[in-house]
Ligand binder design. Sequence first.
Ligand code: NAD
Length: 288
Amino acid sequence: MTSIGFVGLGIMGGPMAGHLVKAGHKVTVYDLNPASVDKLTTLGATGGSSIAETVRDKDFVITMLPQDEHVESVFTEILEHAATGTVYIDFSTITPRTAEWTYTEGVKKGLRVLDAPVSGGEPGAINAALSIMVGGNEADFETATPIFETVGKTFALVGPNGAGQVVKAANQLVVGGTYALLAEAILLMERLGADAEKGLDVLAGGLAGSKILDLKRKTMLERSFAPGFRIDLHHKDMGIIIAAARQAEVPIPMGAQVAQQIAAARAMGHGSLDHSALLLVAEALAGR
Ligand code: NAD
């Protein structure tokens, strides 16, 4: 039986850890929020009393945390307490630079390290249908493949450590842009008297169709913005994208525009709403 220490049981990490429990692994879980731990222990996980206890003597240690600073802090404890040979998988979305740091520091302690950010949102996590972009070496990727198969549907090794985060940045660029344009399209149809619900059905069947349109068109039309993926987290991701673009010397004018729309959503107090709340920014710009 594979032993796994899992830290970070939020919107994504909770269901992902649940799949690993259901797959028959011996999973120890930890989160700052005790209610999230309780949900997992009900399914058969063991609640860790600390990060140290959660990550000690495990085959795999997994994190699914909000951003760089959380990964840096938890990984510092992992470095101290995880056994040599442990495979560390970070599913969080963070900067490629911090992912590379986990690799260089991890290797010094005999850890095997993979950055493996995911796409697919909360439904992807709940349905074990995530898309996973993995940075690391071939041997570690192969060792971790049963984990990826348990929580995801599509996964690939996309380059050395840090490359998973680069591909995730590209993913978030497209997702943010899609939401921003979908918001404008909805507003346009509504203000010009078309039936936006039927309009979106037709869009979904044509070249404008997308998973985002399938998943979110109903809730966007209803102005229902429970997260999902919080505006605050997409704001963090836009920062990662802009820094990566600067490093690559690739201008991203469209991405910069989307970053400003997301910053506006936060400034309007919508940071904890779903990123489909970009519709509220489009509405504010339209003046009513
Ligand atoms: P979340 O805020 O719902 O969950 C994060 C969890 O980490 C929380 O339960 C929090 O208590 C816990 N945590 C924070 N610091 C901790 C610490 N020091 N020790 C233990 N637990 C700690 O976030 P989420 O939506 O699950 O996202 C997690 C990551 O996945 C982020 O990097 C996000 O960008 C990425 N992501 C999210 C989605 C999505 O749709 N929500 C999709 C793809 C990727």
